[in-house]
Design a protein around this ligand. Structure first.
Ligand SMILES: [Zn+2]
Length: 495
């Protein structure tokens, strides 16, 4: 009897929802209870359905050689997108690594909610850009890299991949205040299991680590946003902690200070930028529902925080972007590393010997990124016309430049390279050039380009163009030869 009445009730519910056209849109994975991953074609069909809803605009931002495209979804309740300048703009993107699909599934679920009107309280204060799948080819192949073997999360300086170039154009078009790059971390890596235990946190959140990024933004991330997310995640029943890399055998630190990834490359442009790492299991679809829902819970907690903190976030970001415009004459850190600090961190782990789950106090914990070498930011850099590849690279970043009209100039400094040693920083062997600034008067090549530093990309430019910079040009094969010359082929003018 009980069964029959429940059955009748279900039928009634079905008839009512379908008759009123009120059926709730579900993501492709939700429709089949997360039993199978969403394919590229399903994702595109889903976006086509979502794009019919009010306040949702789907645009194709890049076409790959395979013919597949990368899509961005603009969500607003005050169209056209970005027109309400009192709002905060947030950029969410996932699956730069094709074998890390849970962020994509989380963002598709978020889009279904937006289409159903379940994000209206957030969209009153926030315009959201969602790029659910950065690497469609890698996703279909279930591999980290693209079909042409590019690691997209190491392509944010060169921008040679169409998907990453398009992501940076989207950023440049809308200048989001907050960005979030969603990944998965390997829970079963031998660098941990060799010590007898593995990390089991559902989600880890990484914040800005580069010491050049705004201290005000970094402390806001750490002291305000992180505790809020932590509390929300506890309520939803998922474990959550700060993102760490390394292993108990050598050292554990926060992630790289490198500007070449999806978090720091936007952080040095003045955004509150994050990386989120969900737990990866032994196979690509194991525990898919928990993985997608825990990633989604963290994304929704971040959006909730942003929606209630609009004025603070806009002020922080505007102040930092003002500072970037005034960077000339101030010190910029070009070499840095991670050191032990006073902080402590407990994370959930699983002991392999006795099968127990406990909290473990992270050690050896190198929690602080400290400056080792600084240089003064010049007023302009001069790039001789012969450095065509570099000029093209700066153009890809939408960096304003102008031709040098004067042929003879004074007060220009050359960088003489006296010798090049080596140093290990962030577990990597990096060149250390010994440089002498040589003030000179020069007859410039015709077509020399002036790159002014008083602009949004000021930190990016100093980090990229200074010869002593550990994250500069010389680490890319196309520019390696710059350090093998008697002088660095870029000039600087201080005043
Ligand atoms: Zn990843």
């Amino acid at each position: 009897m009980m069964f029959i009445s429940r059955f009748i009730f279900s039928i009634l519910l079905f008839v009512v929802t379908h008759a009123t056209g009120n059926s709730q849109l579900l993501s492709p994975a939700e429709e089949r209870n997360f039993s199978i991953l969403t394919s590229y074609n399903e994702l595109q069909n889903f976006l086509a359905r979502v794009s019919k809803k009010p306040g949702v605009e789907v645009t194709h931002i890049a076409t790959l050689e395979s013919g597949r495209s990368v899509s961005a979804v603009l969500l607003t309740n005050s169209p056209p997108f970005g027109s309400d300048t009192a709002k905060v703009r947030v950029l969410l993107f996932a699956q730069q690594h094709g074998d890390e699909p849970s962020g994509k599934e989380a963002l598709l679920t978020l889009l279904a909610k937006a289409a159903n009107g379940d994000m209206n309280s957030i969209l009153r204060y926030v315009d959201v850009i969602v790029i659910p799948q950065m690497n469609p080819d890698g996703s279909e192949l279930q591999q980290r890299r693209t079909a042409d073997t590019v690691d997209l999360n190491r392509n944010h300086v060169l921008l040679s991949s169409p998907a990453v170039k398009a992501l940076h154009d989207v950023y440049f078009r809308w200048l989001p205040h907050v960005t979030l790059d969603i990944h998965e971390y390997g829970s079963f890596s031998t660098s941990w299991s060799d010590s007898g235990f593995i990390k089991t946190g559902d989600v880890q959140l990484g914040m800005l680590t580069n010491p050049n990024t705004s201290p005000a933004i970094r402390s806001y991330q750490h002291d305000r946003i992180y505790p809020f997310l932590s509390e929300r995640m506890k309520r939803t029943g998922y474990s959550f902690h700060e993102y760490i890399v390394g292993s108990p055998r050598d050292r554990i630190r926060h992630s790289t200070t490198e500007i070449n990834d999806g978090r720091q490359s936007f952080g040095i442009l003045g955004s509150l930028s994050f990386i989120q790492e969900g737990r990866k299991w032994k196979t690509i679809d194991e525990q898919l529902e928990r993985r997608a829902r825990s990633q989604l819970a963290a994304v929704e907690a971040l959006l909730e925080f942003v929606a209630k903190s609009v004025a603070e976030i806009r002020l922080l970001v505007n102040n930092e972007r003002q500072r970037l415009m005034q960077l000339p004459g101030t010190d910029v850190v070009v070499r840095m590393d991670h050191f032990a600090g006073d902080d402590s961190l407990k994370i959930p782990v699983h002991w392999l010997s006795n099968g127990r789950d406990t909290l473990w106090t992270v050690k050896p914990y190198h929690s602080v990124a400290k400056p080792l070498v600084t240089v003064r930011a010049p007023r302009v850099y001069l790039v001789p016309a012969s450095n065509k590849d570099l000029i093209l690279l700066l153009e890809r970043h939408n960096i304003p430049m102008k031709p040098m009209l004067k042929r003879n100039i004074e007060n220009v400094a050359e960088y003489l390279i006296e010798n090049v040693g080596e140093e290990i920083l962030e577990e990597d062997t990096l060149p250390v050039p010994v440089i002498k600034h040589h003030p000179t008067r020069l007859a410039l090549q015709a077509g020399t380009v002036v790159v002014p530093i008083g602009q949004l990309h000021s930190l990016f430019l100093v980090t990229l163009l200074e010869p002593q910079s550990m994250w500069g040009l010389a680490k890319y094969p196309a520019f390696e030869s710059y350090l093998r010359q008697a002088s660095w082929p870029i000039l600087r003018i201080e005043k």
